[in-house]
Design a binder for this molecule. Structure first.
Ligand code: SF4
Length: 218
């Protein structure tokens, strides 16, 4: 399980180097992914000294982003998030439907494709998000007390142009972490064939959507 996420790997190594018992990792992950604690300090049950060391090692917050702006409409909330790593910004949206709530999250900072109808394409490609950064957008809404029923990789970027999207799908569906059913995960693509083949092999139950604006190559 720790192999699927840079954060899990780093936590496992950090706790092991401190000589913490093996179950401590589960306790920390539960605090982040089940109790949605935004700060290491607010994870219950951890020794005080360990909370301070986690903060020293990983920063104050359990998430990769700080929220820069939160815009709220009747049925939608939009978050502008800034990376602690390099100040890169991405957007994530939460949509309330009659029977369920669905998130639209980003997979890249900017995008290399230049679809005529899309503002992100005009920005150009900046960098890939890693698996934790993609999944952390979900964490941001869960930390706000929202109940999330479905997740669509349909925000900034072409998901199948980023190999780390497969890490994100593992993080989101891992029972020890977010624990979403793969049937509730959706990937929207402009038609990246190698990515489609890999997705259908590795995640046959993840829903695939196509975003095509023309049947012709431009
Ligand atoms: S692939 Fe998606 S994010 Fe990229 S330019 Fe096209 S529509 Fe926009």
């Amino acid at each position: 399980m720790t192999a699927i996420s840079p954060r899990c790997r780093a936590l496992a190594e950090f706790l092991s180097a401190r000589g913490e018992p093996a179950w401590r990792l589960q306790q920390v992950l539960h605090g982040v992914y089940k109790a949605y604690r935004p700060k290491w300090h607010s994870i219950e049950g951890l020794p005080k000294g360990l909370r301070w060391r986690l903060k020293d090692e990983f920063g104050k917050y359990t998430c990769s982003f700080s929220p820069e702006a939160f815009t709220e409409g009747d049925f939608a909330q939009k978050l502008l998030l800034k990376s602690f790593r390099d100040d890169a910004k991405v957007e994530s949206v939460s949509l309330q439907f009659r029977t369920h709530r669905s998130l639209c999250i980003s997979s890249q900072v900017g995008c290399a494709f230049q679809c005529a109808f899309c503002a992100t394409g005009k920005v150009g490609f900046k960098r890939q998000l890693d698996g934790d950064e993609i999944a952390d957008q979900v964490l941001q809404f869960l930390q706000r007390g929202q109940k999330v029923d479905g997740i669509s990789l349909m925000g900034m970027g072409e998901p199948l142009g980023n190999p780390k999207v497969f890490d994100a799908l593992r993080i989101l569906s891992s029972p020890e972490l977010f624990g979403f059913s793969t049937r509730r995960l959706n990937v929207s693509t402009v038609g990246v064939i190698p990515g489609i083949v890999k997705l259908t092999k590795e995640f046959p139950q993840v829903n695939l959507a196509f975003s095509l604006h023309s049947p012709f190559t431009e």
